[in-house]
Design a protein around this ligand. Structure first.
Ligand SMILES: [Cu+2]
Length: 132
């Protein structure tokens, strides 16, 4: 085997090793990000006429599930908010024409309420966490 052939063989093996390493890294990274996207479920609520989606629908969730509650405010001149007492201390406010989100991980089980504190009697719905 000539010196030159040996040198190019060594180079090829080196390149192959780098390629395998890059591929393994890519698989590891993309696997992680796919897992994260699947774990968050988005629930969209429209705040209008001092109600969520007109009738404050019951949200059903599974234990450990991560929920992203998105609130769109289409109530001219009114500021709304959303929080889930017992699940989060966060209260997010949303101006007319804006949209905000609140992310919460569900506990093992329980009955909760999502609520707009400043319009609580009219703007609250159930959030039920259970295995179905
Ligand atoms: Cu409100």
């Amino acid at each position: 085997m000539s010196k030159e052939l040996k040198r190019s063989l060594v180079g090829a093996v080196g390149l192959l090793a780098v390629a395998v390493l890059l591929a393994a890294t890519w698989v590891a990274l993309s696997g992680a990000s796919i897992g994260e996207t699947q774990a968050v479920r988005e629930v969209v609520l429209e705040a209008r006429d001092v109600a969520f989606n007109a009738d404050n629908p019951t949200i059903e969730a599974r234990p450990g599930e991560r929920l992203r509650i998105v609130v769109r405010n289409t109530d001219p001149g009114v500021v709304h908010s959303v929080t889930i007492p017992g699940l989060t201390e966060d209260v997010v406010h949303v101006e007319y024409g804006e949209q905000v989100s609140l992310e919460v991980t569900m506990p093992a089980s329980g009955d909760f309420e999502y609520v707009c504190p400043q319009h609580a009697p009219k703007m609250k719905g159930k959030l039920v966490v259970s295995e179905r």
